[in-house]
Write a protein that binds this ligand. Structure first.
Ligand code: GDP
Length: 520
């Protein structure tokens, strides 16, 4: 249970069933997992807060799990691939995914569902997260909802450690997720893996070759070389971590992706974190809810059609159909005891809200996101082609790469225009919470969109980025230097600067309502 204090409301995130049940047992109708509560409720919630730092967070620790319990069983590791643009993340994911088909996994056309599972020679499995924009996604997730056990850091051997490589290192280290380095493009004649290891050293990544404990593998994603060693390294790391999950009790999970499928209707990829997901399980997740009708894997195989099928265990990604309303990526999935309960919880979620109608706005935002996602998928092929062409063009400079990518996103999307913001704040938790909260702001013409979010003060490069992407900067609880103010003014970038979330919201809402000439 994560409580963030926002005047005049409290954002409550139930990250575990234990928190949910605890409050329910107290007669508090808080059957939602992310909801705004007014002050009236705080006094009910507070006594159940064990460990409060008195600032942004109060954390109610779930009941300690007994790892010797017979239901607390080993589960697959969940791995995210990160690294600088063009260093080969997509190629590596593709090679790993098709490798699993070659390894005898049955299936038709392999689809992109946000994650896939690869069998290892030892019999274990590894789950790879394959969500577009995953960097933003993993950023945003609160600790309770984080899904990644291991980060594979891809560094191109002919290029070196660049800005997004460093960002990935920081993300992983902040989240205390162990890193395995995949030195990619080792087939290139100018590849220099040892130089990469040396560069990493100066960023605190001490590989085994340099006396540290971080594994590094030399691979060629393109030629599918070295992938077995990489999977081996992942398995070694996973074994050391002794990853386990509770199989007893209701399902908890996270939504990785959701979409509309012509044949199957509303579908969402769920990564089960604990409990066993079955046909007929009643689920609630964010603004979505439903009763599991069919479960399929990334190879398009309907697992639940198998006569021997019983359940999906923790750590396995699966595409779920049967939603009455669609959840979105990042939503926490909870199992309700019955369909009626699921509906009631769903309705409670949509009732509990911010006085100014935020709940309604959130629902609209959700609908817009779903529509955009459906459109985006249809254009996927087209977009991919376009990105390839752009890559050639954007080979000039590291910085320009990012900006080109960002700018591409705007005109691609159908629907309302965006009021882009870049968030800078004092602590990770607040920045994450703001990034989740701000997109509820929208009006007929403009939807707020968070392009980037980081902890730290405003740097010149932020202003440059904001100017190039026609964004505004939201500065929360950080000093804004005179230089930054001047630079922003020159660049025509507005800085929204406050220590109070409520004031930021009001100011942004106000500005948005007067923005007659929004960015394109
Ligand atoms: P991403 O932006 O990190 O997802 O990078 P991509 O996977 O799209 O790869 C960028 C470019 O590098 C593409 O043209 C790939 O074909 C190429 N590439 C990826 N892996 C390798 C590799 O192992 N060797 C070589 N020579 N090229 C690679």
């Amino acid at each position: 249970l994560l409580i963030t204090k926002y005047p005049p409301a409290v954002l409550v995130r139930l990250a575990s069933f234990h928190g949910y049940k605890l409050l329910n047992d107290q007669g508090l109708c808080l059957d939602t997992f992310t909801s705004m509560l007014d002050h009236y409720y705080i006094k009910y919630v507070m006594p159940y807060v064990e460990d409060s730092d008195g600032e942004e967070y109060a954390l109610l620790k779930p009941k300690e799990l007994d790892i010797h319990s017979p239901t607390y069983l080993p589960r697959p590791a969940v791995v995210t691939i990160m690294g600088h643009v063009d260093h080969g993340k997509t190629t590596l994911l593709d090679s790993l995914r098709s490798g699993s088909v070659a390894a005898g996994e049955a299936g038709g056309i392999t689809q992109h569902i946000g994650a896939f599972s690869v069998p290892l020679p030892t019999g274990e499995r590894v789950t790879f997260i394959d969500t577009p924009g995953h960097a933003a996604f993993s950023n945003m997730r609160s600790r309770g909802a984080s899904v990644t056990d291991i980060v594979v850091l891809v560094v191109a051997a002919d290029d070196g450690v660049l800005r997004q490589t460093v960002e990935a290192i920081n993300h992983a280290q902040n989240a205390r997720v162990p890193i395995i380095v995949a030195i990619n493009k080792c087939d290139r004649p100018d590849a220099n893996p040892d130089q990469i290891r040396q560069q990493l050293l100066s960023h605190g990544i001490q590989t085994e070759e340099y006396g540290g404990d971080i594994q590094s593998c030399e691979v060629s994603a393109l030629r599918r070389e070295g992938l077995d060693r990489l999977l081996d390294a992942i398995n070694t790391q996973a074994m050391m971590m002794d990853l386990r999950a509770e199989q007893d009790g209701p399902v908890e999970g996270i939504v990785l992706e959701s979409r509309y499928d012509r044949g199957r209707g509303l579908v969402a990829t769920v990564l089960v974190k604990s409990g066993l997901l079955r046909i007929g399980s009643c689920l609630v997740a964010g603004a979505g809810w439903g009763r599991v009708r069919e479960l399929s894997n990334e190879h398009g195989v309907v697992l639940s059609n198998d006569p021997n099928f019983t359940f999906i265990p923790p750590g396995m990604p699966v595409e779920v159909s049967g939603w009455r309303e669609l959840p979105h990526a990042g939503d926490i999935v909870n199992e309700a005891p019955s369909e009626q309960a699921a509906r009631a919880i769903h309705e409670a979620l949509n009732r509990t809200g911010y006085e100014s109608g935020m709940t309604e706005m959130t629902r609209e935002a959700a609908l817009a996101a779903e529509t955009a996602a459906a459109l985006a998928r249809e254009k996927e092929e087209h977009d991919r082609e376009k990105r390839r062409r752009n890559r050639h063009r954007a080979a000039v400079r590291d910085k320009l790469d990012d900006i080109t990518n960002m700018m591409e996103q705007g005109p691609e999307e159908a629907g309302p225009r965006h009021f882009n913001v870049i968030i800078r704040g004092d602590v990770q938790g607040t920045v994450e919470a703001l990034a989740e909260l701000l997109p509820v702001l929208k009006n007929d013409q403009l939807h707020l969109k968070v392009l980037d979010q980081t902890v730290g003060e405003i740097r010149s490069s932020d202003i440059y980025q904001a100017a190039t992407t026609k964004s505004h900067i939201v500065a929360f609880n950080i000093p804004v230097s005179k230089t930054a103010q001047q630079e922003a003014k020159l660049a025509g970038v507005r800085i929204f600067d406050s220590r109070v979330v409520y004031h930021l919201l009001e100011e942004l809402r106000e500005t948005m309502s007067h923005s007659l000439e929004p960015e394109e």
